[in-house]
Design a protein around this ligand. Structure first.
Ligand code: ATP
Ligand code: MG
Length: 195
């Protein structure tokens, strides 16, 4: 049986329960062996729009988030590769690392909506099955012409943007990120003097 591997890419600035609930539920629903939470090196679509936490700090948070979770791992490939992070390249790297595997690209519906803006998205489609989960809020219309596999996951109204705002204002992050992630945020003094 080929390994079934999910690629769940993100900036993870910071990783939160919405990411984790998505990863474990997609893994369960599609009987994946592994879900890789791949930390974007340079999220080129976000660059210039706001300061991005250094990749090594985001990797440390994702490692902390998945440490005790079966079937979830933190992915470092895009950081090691350097430069901007393109899913097409990462899928190629994964298929070399896991020959004969079935790859799944997992996205929230907001990310799915923009798939035609991804670098070489045709390669993403050719190399993987596309999996989409809904996020809270207005349902996004999914681009047509793709075979989306929809997976139902609990809708958690949490985003990294909201968490960064909370940290700035000194509002609690408890239960929105896991305790090991909070420990990394505190130890590295990420996001706010207030924390
Ligand atoms: P930001 O607000 O900084 O964009 P984010 O919370 O959207 O952060 P990302 O790192 O941008 O997190 O997202 C990585 C992936 O996780 C994307 O495919 C996104 O759609 C998905 N995702 C993020 N939050 C949720 C959530 N609450 N439920 C389901 N999927 C989510
Ligand atoms: Mg996002």
């Amino acid at each position: 049986m080929p390994l079934r591997i999910g690629l769940f890419g993100g900036t993870f600035d910071p990783p939160h329960v919405g990411h984790l609930v998505t990863a474990v539920n997609v893994r369960h629903a599609l009987t994946l062996d592994l879900v890789v939470l791949m930390v974007a090196n340079v999220p080129w679509q976000k660059e210039g729009t706001r300061p991005i936490t250094p990749a090594q700090d985001r990797l440390a948070m994702v490692r902390a988030a998945v440490a005790d979770v079966e079937g979830l791992v933190a992915g470092e490939a895009e950081i090691l590769h350097g430069g901007p992070s393109y899913t097409a390249d990462t899928l190629m790297a994964l298929s070399l690392e896991y020959p004969d595997s079935h790859l799944f690209t997992i996205v929230g519906d907001d990310a799915a909506a923009g798939i035609r803006t991804w670098q070489r998205y045709e390669e993403v489609v050719a190399r993987s099955s596309l999996v989409v989960v809904d996020r809270p809020g207005e349902p996004m219309e999914l681009p047509s012409g793709f075979d989306w596999i929809r997976v139902e996951v609990p809708h958690l109204d949490v985003s990294s943007t909201d968490l960064r705002a909370r940290a700035r204002d000194g509002r609690p992050l408890d239960y929105l990120v896991t305790d090991p992630v909070l420990d990394v945020i505190r130890a590295r003094a990420l996001y706010a003097e207030a924390m």
